[in-house]
Design a protein. Structure first.
Length: 178
């Protein structure tokens, strides 16, 4: 069944096939593997993601995630990251879910930069599982714009939001009025 652009179509459906394949591989990973992948990708890509559009970000929109988060124990930080990845209805999940994609990219970038210091890092001697290393390799094989589109898609699928999409005319049977 095909859907028109005005209907509820996932933005991932507009990504190139190669990028969609990486997104599917990411979605199959367990929570901790997703966190490791994000960390490894941000470490490998470094400042090129800083987030993708620095002028389109505002760290002050997320004080809970950008200030308070750093004061928490590493165990608590890891629990919060897991909750965000899993879309848990929590204070931090809401704070993250309320952000636009560029600010969500910024949060992960900031956390990756501080990992192992003021943010919980990978366990000592961590060896990424094959699916994680394969996905990182696939991401590295994408063009820069595809990498950023993929990361935006990944981070926008996390967190929690009560906001529901507006039903389409096809769903309601009503036309919009001026």
């Amino acid at each position: 069944m095909s859907q028109s652009a005005s209907q509820d179509v996932s933005s991932s459906e507009y990504l190139p096939e190669k990028t969609q394949a990486v997104l599917k591989a990411f979605k199959k990973l367990d929570t901790d593997a997703k966190l490791a992948l994000l960390y490894l990708v941000y470490k490998k890509m470094g400042d090129s993601i800083t987030p993708a559009a620095p002028s389109a970000t505002d760290p002050e929109l997320a004080p809970l995630l950008m200030d308070n988060f750093y004061t928490l124990s590493h165990d608590t930080q890891l629990d919060i990251m897991r909750d965000i990845v899993n879309g848990v209805d929590s204070e931090y999940g809401h704070a993250y879910g309320a952000l636009k994609e560029n600010n969500q990219l910024m949060v992960w970038f900031a956390w990756a930069q501080a990992m192992g210091q003021s943010v919980v890092g990978l366990p000592a001697g961590y060896q990424a599982a094959k699916p994680v290393t394969e996905a990182v390799g696939q991401i590295e094989g994408l063009e820069f714009e595809e990498q950023i589109s993929l990361l935006r898609e990944i981070v926008s699928g996390m967190g929690f939001s009560n906001i529901q999409p507006i039903p389409s005319q096809a769903e309601t049977g009503k036309t919009a009025s001026l």
